[in-house]
Write a protein that binds this ligand. Sequence first.
Ligand SMILES: Nc1nc2c(c(=O)[nH]1)N[C@H]1C(S)=C(S)[C@@H](COP(=O)(O)OP(=O)(O)OC[C@H]3O[C@@H](n4cnc5c(=O)[nH]c(N)nc54)[C@H](O)[C@@H]3O)O[C@H]1N2
Ligand SMILES: Nc1nc2c(c(=O)[nH]1)N[C@H]1C(S)=C(S)[C@@H](COP(=O)(O)OP(=O)(O)OC[C@H]3O[C@@H](n4cnc5c(=O)[nH]c(N)nc54)[C@H](O)[C@@H]3O)O[C@H]1N2
Ligand SMILES: [Mo]
Length: 666
Amino acid sequence: MAEQTLASACPLDCPDLCSLEVTVDDGRVVRVTGGTRTPITDGFICGKVRNIADHLYGEARLTTPLIRDRGQLRAATWGEALEVITARLKAVIARSGPTAILPYHYGGSNGWLSEGALARRFFRRLGASNLDRTFCAAATTAATRGLYGAIPGVALEDYEHARLIVLWGVNPSATGIHLVPIIERARAAGAKLVVVDPRRTPLARRADLHLPVRPGADVPVALAVIHALFERGLADRAFLDKHAAEVDELGRRAARWSIDAAAREAGVAPADLERFVALYAASSPAVIRAGWGLERNRNGGSAVAAVLALPAVAGKFGVRGGGYTLSNGDARWTVESEPAIAEPPTTARTINMSQLGTALRQLRDPPIEAVFVYNCNPVATAPNQVAVREGLARDDVFVVVHEQVMTDTARLADVVLPATAFLEHRELRRGYGAMRLYDSPAVATAPGEARTNNQLFGALIERFGLGRPGDPVDDDALVAAILGASPHGGALRAQLDTDGVASPPGVDRPIAFVDVFPATPDGKIHLVPAQLDAQAAEGLYTYRADPGTDAFPLALITPALSTQISSTFGQLRTKEIALELSTADAEARGLHDGDEVRAWNDLGEVRCVVKISPDLRPGVALLPKGMWSHHSRNGNTANALIPESLADLAGQAAYNDARVQVEKSR
Ligand SMILES: Nc1nc2c(c(=O)[nH]1)N[C@H]1C(S)=C(S)[C@@H](COP(=O)(O)OP(=O)(O)OC[C@H]3O[C@@H](n4cnc5c(=O)[nH]c(N)nc54)[C@H](O)[C@@H]3O)O[C@H]1N2
Ligand SMILES: Nc1nc2c(c(=O)[nH]1)N[C@H]1C(S)=C(S)[C@@H](COP(=O)(O)OP(=O)(O)OC[C@H]3O[C@@H](n4cnc5c(=O)[nH]c(N)nc54)[C@H](O)[C@@H]3O)O[C@H]1N2
Ligand SMILES: [Mo]
């Protein structure tokens, strides 16, 4: 058959939501390149997706259901696998009730057709336990909604207009590469760049100012800047009077931190913090690109809130390229998936996904007896890996995993089901960076017997007799229901029909306080929102100091790698992980590059090689996120060291908040 090139989009968990050109031959992907349907992709894409064929057709790909039989996984038919699942889940329900079943999914790399939809319908109608999805963006979402409501941030394209760009706990060189050339263009036109990050990231190396804060110490830094702005008459009183509430309360809380005290706590030079205040106050348009590195510690929610308060206090909104960007996924122009299934939330108990290990060990009345995993690889990505692995491996916990490849989680399952990947199923996906919505048809044929999530859960709904007349079931009906639930649905549908992609109807790159306003109930910015203040222990903007001890003095951070999306594509990586340490911390331990070390705390131990990094500040250790067991020498990864303790808001996992000790392996 002749090759064809078809348009698609990349739904993987990344702000950029790239448009793709996919060349297929007889249903098989032979080449993927960047499309030009959106300005941000601009014809180039990352290496991960250029090489997607290695993922789709590699030896780890699952092509048939597998059932555990006397300890071993053996090939089975779908009919057999669904029979086993139905019988086992019904037995659990008969014995302990449906809340003994836990659906387990995150779905950051999934759009509305493969996350939520029929899976949610199935589990809610069954009465299973609910899952609080807190791996990512829980604290940032709570903070943005609390302060601003669902308001779109500065469009990434508009960074070109900024005179000052602040990257705060974000590393676009790995995690959203299309922002990098835009930043470079802005710099070429004279914009200044500031990076706030415990390590010297690639962009920090080029920055005009790098504040290498101690992990978890952003609260004092941001509050000290706010205090300085108020104290020195640099706050935009007119803007605040008109658009903000709780201004004085924020001022009082910020007054806890002088520049000197914050600099000391964060381990940065007071003069550098002073420079930041001066630069930020003087520059417009000034934009803060806040990332997710900020939220993943005990102070994370307050840190995000304090950083987002800055553009309000300094009056940076109202101009193109001024304000902040965090996630645009929530922006008002988009639509929500929930109405697609109109499946009301149940009153069954809710389990925080970031505390799975303890839930499996300790929950009673009833204990968790079945875990159904899809769109997720918790052995690689959840905190407290040792407990997660032990819990999923238990004989008295029935585990189903629906997956594309044989992950560390799938290896522990009682039933493994093969799943389609994004080019093999239709997907409806909005960007959380790029403000675009794609309706991408399947362009390739799934190998073997892989099925979509909706095919799987549709079959289970039928087997459990949970279907109802009028339920949208196929993709067309689901998409129609989703768009039908949006006031902009008609306009979006019209754009999708013409181009396969839609931008915000009306204003394409909205400017905050010109085109869009806070979607809070009173339309104001809430600088100390009551609901968040009540939620954070001791109140919003409370700072909890580094809990390091003599036994475990190093703060472990676990940022993203450029070669994976969380753990996705980890099967393709052959290189082992290295633990990074600063030169001073390595010397103090007599370590040389390439030595085998053990990093440990009360939760577990990782054995791997060490890499001495001049880019890390002393006191900080780094292991990448998303590694698999084959990447370390003892089968454990960073997540074996990460506690189940949470950030101060929304039950967010604290992936950058482990304390560890490191020594040479013996
Ligand atoms: N290539 C690639 N792209 C990705 C992903 C991936 O795994 N790989 N993951 C996707 C997902 S799921 C997400 S959520 C986003 C994440 O996107 P980012 O937020 O950019 O990702 P991280 O690498 O987790 O963290 C960013 C930076 O925060 C720093 N950091 C850690 N702790 C702190 C702190 O306490 N304060 C401050 N100021 N900085 C801190 C880290 O050193 C790191 O450089 O990226 C998405 N894009
Ligand atoms: N140490 C550490 N751990 C972290 C983080 C960190 O910073 N540090 N970051 C956290 C963050 S930001 C995130 S977002 C999470 C992400 O963690 P996870 O939610 O576990 O995401 P992935 O690791 O990408 O795994 C998703 C899995 O879903 C499968 N999948 C994809 N599409 C489909 C589908 O349509 N159907 C089915 N059935 N399966 C599908 C993929 O093959 C993949 O194996 O990781 C968190 N883990
Ligand atoms: Mo994430």
